[in-house]
Design a protein around this ligand. Structure first.
Ligand SMILES: NC(=O)c1ccc[n+]([C@@H]2O[C@H](COP(=O)([O-])OP(=O)(O)OC[C@H]3O[C@@H](n4cnc5c(N)ncnc54)[C@H](OP(=O)(O)O)[C@@H]3O)[C@@H](O)[C@H]2O)c1
Length: 258
């Protein structure tokens, strides 16, 4: 089956579809024939998104009641969700002494508990239909520690651990779990977290486009890959880190000194 019609008839829900990777995912799955529901909080961007996809829904993932209402809205409209993409996320890039507990809890609340809440609300219907796919947009920061990333790394490590364990609990249910680990991608993400000079601090490092992340995520969902590390460079570093962690630590130290 060609990419254009590969998701025909499937309902795909993308959180954080108002910007960056989520917006690219919403567009990619729409182009692949899916009926796409996208969520976010920014009303102006939601209105624009609504012109491109089936439904743009207001949803703050930290609001338990709003999550349950959004899940009911989607199930009332379509009766099912085939692919649920946990993409919404925020960054926080501060040295440990500046990281207060409340700010860290906020990162965990969006990046981990947002996915947990929405899964609680929608997974029963997927299990009942005997098919479906949960997708966690994690990060290479979910596989490795980075300086000034304690809150963000903790949230993405937790998201990966939660996704891996959930996969085991779902064995035999027909519902799969796909974990996607993008490297740095060119979206408003770092600026939204106050890290305005990311590119300056990482000279020579190319960033993935949101469209490339979306297209590789779509392929991972088609193949039902357990976990994908995107970009050859990130994959090589990931492998090297498994084999020789001190070597990667050394390289990282050199980079952090810049
Ligand atoms: N960019 C990167 O370098 C990179 C690398 C690896 C992984 N990732 C991951 O990829 C995902 C998408 O990031 P991005 O780069 O596309 O960032 P982005 O452009 O800043 O988009 C983040 C999205 O999350 C939504 N969001 C934030 N807080 C929310 C909340 N409380 N409730 C509901 N939605 C919320 C935002 O929508 P509203 O503002 O409308 O609510 C927005 O649509 C994140 O999980 C991120 O951790 C990003």
């Amino acid at each position: 089956m060609g990419k254009a019609e590969s998701f025909q008839g499937q309902v795909v829900l993308v959180t954080g579809a108002t910007s960056g990777i989520g917006l690219a995912l919403a567009r990619a799955f729409t182009a692949a024939g899916a009926t796409v529901v996208g969520t976010g909080r920014d009303q102006a961007r939601l209105a624009q998104l609504g012109q491109e996809i089936d439904l743009a829904l207001t949803l703050d993932l930290c609001d338990e009641r709003a999550v349950s209402t959004a899940a009911d809205t989607v199930l009332d409209r379509h009766g099912r969700v085939d692919v649920l993409i946990h993409n919404a996320g925020i960054g926080m890039f501060e040295a440990w002494p500046q990281t207060d507990v409340a700010a860290m809890q906020r990162v965990m609340d969006v990046n981990l508990y947002g996915a947990v809440r929405l899964t609680r609300a929608l997974l029963p219907s997927m299990v009942e239909q005997g098919s479906g796919c949960l997708v966690s947009i994690a990060s290479v920061a979910g596989e490795r520690g980075y300086a000034k990333h304690t809150a963000y790394c903790a949230s993405k490590h937790a998201l990966i651990g939660w996704s891996r364990s959930l996969r085991k609990d779902l064995r035999g249910s027909g519902v799969d779990v796909v974990i996607v680990c993008p490297p740095a991608a060119d979206t408003p993400f770092f600026a939204n977290a106050g890290f305005f000079d990311y590119k300056e601090k990482h000279p020579g490092q190319s960033m993935m486009s949101a469209e490339a992340v979306a297209s590789q995520t779509l392929q991972a969902v088609q193949r039902r890959s357990s976990q994908v590390i995107l970009s050859p460079r990130a994959k090589a570093l990931w492998l090297l880190d498994k084999l020789a962690p001190p070597l990667v630590d050394g390289l990282q130290k050199l980079k952090d000194r810049r």
